[in-house]
Design a protein around this ligand. Structure first.
Ligand SMILES: CC(C)(COP(=O)(O)OP(=O)(O)OC[C@H]1O[C@@H](n2cnc3c(N)ncnc32)[C@H](O)[C@@H]1OP(=O)(O)O)[C@@H](O)C(=O)NCCC(=O)NCCS
Length: 295
C-alpha cells in the first residue's frame, strides 16, 4: 500500500528534501525556507510525500514549469523502487496538473532506467541539458579591468538586480530550449544572485550591459551554481561574457568556493564552448521529457 500525503510541516519538508538529496546527491536542493518561499508566489504548487508502512519512500512535486506546462517530479528512494510507488506518485501529480488546467507535463530524467520508465508512461524527450563543472584553485586569476565597462556586484548595489531583469529577459529568449522560458520578476528577484557578492553586473554609461549570477548551495557551501549569464544584445561579440565569468570565478575562489556547477542546453553549443574554454568539464546529462495530458 502506498499512501500519499501533502507536505505541510517543516518536518515534512525536511523529509521531502532528504528524498531529493538521496535521488540526486550531486545536485543543489532548495532549503525548507526556499520551498516555503516558492509556495508563497505559487500557491498551487504541490509537494507530496509517499509512504509505505509509515516510512517515507518517495516524493513528488507539481508546479508551473519555466518552459510552460506543469513540471511533474516523482522521485523514489533507490532501494524502494519497482514496488509501484513511482506509478502512484506520477498518477497523482498528473491528476493535480490536469485539475489545475495544464495541457502537458514536463519532467527531468538522468538515468537510463528512469528514462525508459517515463517513455513507457507516454513521455518523449524534447531537450537535453548538460552539466558542466569547474573546479577552482584558491588563486584563480582575476582578469585585468576593462576600460569600457564598470563591474559592480549585487552586494554593492542590490537595487541593480531589478534593472538587470529586462536584459535577463533577452537572455531567456535566446536559450536553446524546446519552448520559450518564462521567468517572472518575482522569481528572478527571489532565486537569482543568492550569492550577491559573486553576482556581477557590467555597466556602461550607467546602463546594464551584462550580468553573471552565482547561486548558493545550502547543502554544500563550498559548491555554488552559475546563475544566468547574459550580455545585452547590442554588446555581444566583445568578450564580455568571458570577462564577467572570469571575474566571478576569481571572486568565488577567494570566498571559499571550490566548485562551480552550471547547466546548459545541449544545443547551446556556443555557451558550452565558452564554459569549456574557461576550464569547465562536462558531467551529467539531464533529459527533459514531455507528455500531452489530454491523451
Ligand atoms: C522513475 C522512478 C520514479 C520510478 O519509481 P518506481 O517506484 O520504481 O516506479 P514503479 O515501481 O511504479 O515502476 C517501476 C517498474 O516496477 C514495476 N513494478 C511495480 N510494482 C512491482 C512489484 N511489486 N514487483 C515487481 N515489479 C513491480 C512496474 O510495473 C514498473 O515496470 P514498468 O515500467 O515496466 O511498468 C524512480 O526510478 C526514480 O525516482 N527515478 C529518479 C527520478 C526520476 O527520474 N523520475 C522520473 C521523472 S519522469
Amino acid at each position: 500500500m502506498v499512501e500519499l500525503r501533502a507536505v505541510a510541516t517543516d518536518t515534512d519538508f525536511e523529509a521531502w528534501r532528504r528524498v531529493r538529496l538521496a535521488v540526486l546527491p550531486n545536485e543543489r536542493a532548495a532549503t525548507v525556507a526556499e520551498m516555503r518561499a516558492q509556495l508563497e508566489v505559487e500557491p498551487d504548487r504541490v509537494f507530496l510525500l509517499a509512504l509505505q508502512d509509515a516510512d517515507v519512500v518517495g516524493s513528488g512535486l507539481v508546479g508551473r514549469s519555466s518552459v510552460g506546462g506543469a513540471g511533474v517530479h516523482p522521485r523514489v528512494l533507490p532501494d524502494r523502487r519497482r514496488r509501484g510507488v513511482g506509478r502512484v506518485l506520477l498518477d497523482a501529480l498528473e491528476e493535480h496538473a490536469r485539475r489545475q488546467g495544464y495541457r502537458d507535463a514536463v519532467s527531468l530524467v538522468e538515468d537510463d532506467e528512469s528514462h525508459a520508465w517515463a517513455v513507457r508512461r507516454g513521455y518523449a524527450e524534447v531537450q537535453r541539458q548538460v552539466e558542466q563543472v569547474r573546479e577552482l584553485a584558491p588563486d584563480e586569476p582575476a582578469p585585468p579591468p576593462r576600460a569600457d565597462v564598470e563591474v559592480v556586484s549585487i552586494a554593492d548595489r542590490p537595487e541593480l538586480l531589478r534593472d538587470v531583469f529586462p536584459v535577463a529577459e533577452q537572455g531567456y529568449a535566446d536559450l536553446a530550449t524546446f519552448r520559450p522560458v518564462t521567468v517572472t520578476l518575482e522569481e528572478w528577484l527571489r532565486e537569482e544572485a543568492t550569492i550577491p557578492g559573486g553576482s556581477l553586473v557590467a555597466l556602461a554609461g550607467g546602463e546594464v550591459v551584462g550580468y553573471t549570477g552565482l547561486i548558493h548551495d545550502a547543502g554544500s557551501p563550498e559548491r555554488a551554481e552559475d546563475g544566468l549569464l547574459v550580455v545585452r544584445r547590442d554588446w555581444r561579440g566583445r568578450g564580455l561574457a568571458m570577462y564577467l565569468k572570469r571575474a566571478k570565478l576569481a571572486w568565488a575562489a577567494t570566498h571559499g568556493i571550490r566548485r562551480v556547477v552550471t547547466w546548459t542546453q545541449e544545443a547551446n553549443v556556443s555557451m558550452r564552448a565558452v564554459n569549456e574554454r574557461l576550464g569547465y568539464v562536462e558531467g551529467t546529462v539531464s533529459r527533459t521529457m514531455r507528455r500531452d495530458l489530454r491523451r
